[in-house]
Every structure is written in C-alpha cells, then in structure tokens.
Design a protein around this ligand. Structure first.
Ligand SMILES: *[C@@H]1O[C@H](CO)[C@@H](O)[C@H](O)[C@H]1NC(C)=O
Length: 252
C-alpha cells in the first residue's frame, strides 16, 4: 500500500511536469503518445489522500483474499488446499467429477463472498478517482479500455467475436462430446454448456490440460499453423489460428 501511494505521488509529479508542454500539438506522433501516457493519471488522480489510501488498501486486501483463499476438505476440514499449486493441479490433473467440483467450488466459496463484499466500495472509490483525471473518464471501465488506444475497441472485439463464434461452437460441441464420454451422459447435457470445472483450468481460460481427453488424432504431431499465418495476412484468420493454438497446441 505504501509503495502504491508513493507511485501515485510520483505519477502526479511527472504528469504536472509534462503538462507544462503543449504536447497535444506535437507533430511527432511517438512523443505525443508518450506524453498522453504520462499525463494520464488514472486512479492516482485522486486528490483526497484518505480516499486514495482506502482504495489502495481495498486493492491490497482483495489481492490477498484472492491469492490466499483455501478450499478445505468437507470430511477433513484441517486439510486445506491453496490456489497455487494445489487447486491448479487438482483442476489440471484430476479426472474425478466430484473432486474437480470440490476444487472449483471450494476456492469460490473461500474467496467469492469476501471479494463480493469489498467490490462495490472498490468500484465507488475507483470511479471517483479516475473522474478526477484531467481526461475525466466516465468510469473505471472507460479508463481501462483507453489502454487499448483505439476508439472503436468494443466494435473491433465484437467483430472478432462474431467471426470466431462458428468455429468456437463446433469446438465446444466436439469437446463436450468427448467429456460426456469421459464423465458420463448424466453429468453433461448433450446440448447445453460444459460444466466449468471439467476444462482443466480454474477459469476455463485454457483447455490444454484436458488435451489427453480430447485429442482428435492420437499419436499425430500437433499442427504447426505458423506457415499458414505467415502466408495469409488477413487479420481474422490469424486471430482464429491464434485462438486454436491457445486452446489446443500451446503450452500455458
Ligand atoms: C519522434 O520522437 C522520438 C522520441 O524522442 C524519436 O525517437 C523519433 O526519432 C522522433 N521521430 C521523428 C520522425 O522525428
């Protein structure tokens, strides 16, 4: 918390110094971008020191809850599993439906309620702070999206998402079929969503850990999509290949 406050103080000084230049009218685009970056304060714009401190305290507390929450065994409450590595490993390695569910739910039970109680105050304080930035962000979401430095970020994302959806739907159905074969038809609906605890990762964000369950052509070497990506400059295809690679072929 102390370091965050010192950093906010430093950011303010740098921003004040940079503001002495007429950087908005610079011709050099690189310099202009650099000045835009260092004059933007984000939450460091908060002028009320007590509120800034409270915000940094909440962030630190949430960080702590998130990383130290443990899932304790129902029948042996003194045996508690930490997120890293115990629960990561459980999600990646276990092939027992109930065990996986315990690991997925146990961590959420341990941290979810505590985080939920703190989050509204975090939102309030963060919005209050970024609203004081010279750029006057509408809210924290607008400030976070500004990091992508493109005005139509949401449209671009929507567009890519729509292009990717047909492939994703096929992939999802294929993986669901394989998981039904592993865990039983009574556990997974033939047409609905896949239970999140079966995908090998606490947030289902990478499926590489269940590759052994879904491998389409056992024994074949994995597909190298690099030449195809180099040959085809179209952004959408590169993006799709990239996503496929993330899901199946890349290490974490
Ligand atoms: C713009 O500014 C950057 C940073 O000082 C410098 O490296 C670059 O050469 C400049 N570009 C031009 C076209 O002058």
């Amino acid at each position: 918390v102390e370091a965050s406050l010192a950093e906010a103080q430093f950011d303010k000084e740098v921003s004040q110094n940079a503001s002495r230049f007429d950087w908005q009218n610079f011709n050099n685009a690189t310099l202009k971008r650099l000045f835009d970056k260092i004059t933007g304060l984000g939450t460091a714009a908060q002028t009320d020191q007590a509120k800034l401190e409270e915000l940094n305290n909440i962030l630190s507390e949430m960080d702590n809850i998130y990383s130290t929450g443990k899932a304790c065994e129902y029948d042996n409450p003194s045996n508690c599993l930490a997120l890293n590595p115990d629960l990561y490993n459980c999600l990646a390695d276990s092939r027992d439906y109930d065990r996986l569910r315990f690991c997925w739910e146990g961590w959420r039970d341990a941290v979810g309620r505590q985080l939920k109680d703190k989050y509204p105050r975090f939102v309030e304080l963060s919005n209050d702070a970024v609203g004081q930035d010279a750029q006057r962000w509408e809210d924290t979401g607008a400030y976070w999206r500004s990091w992508y430095e493109t005005a139509d970020f949401q449209e671009q994302l929507e567009n890519l998402y729509n292009q990717l959806t047909p492939l994703y739907n096929n992939l999802h159905a294929y993986v669901r079929k394989k998981l039904r074969a592993t865990y039983g038809q009574d556990k997974i609906s033939a047409t609905g969503p896949i239970p999140a605890h079966l995908l090998g990762n606490m947030w289902s964000q990478s499926w590489i850990n269940i590759y052994d369950l879904v491998e389409p052509y056992p024994g074949k070497t994995s597909l190298d999509v690099t030449p195809k990506m180099q040959e085809d400059v179209s952004r959408s295809l590169s993006f799709i290949s990239y996503c496929l690679k993330q899901l199946f072929f890349a290490e974490n």
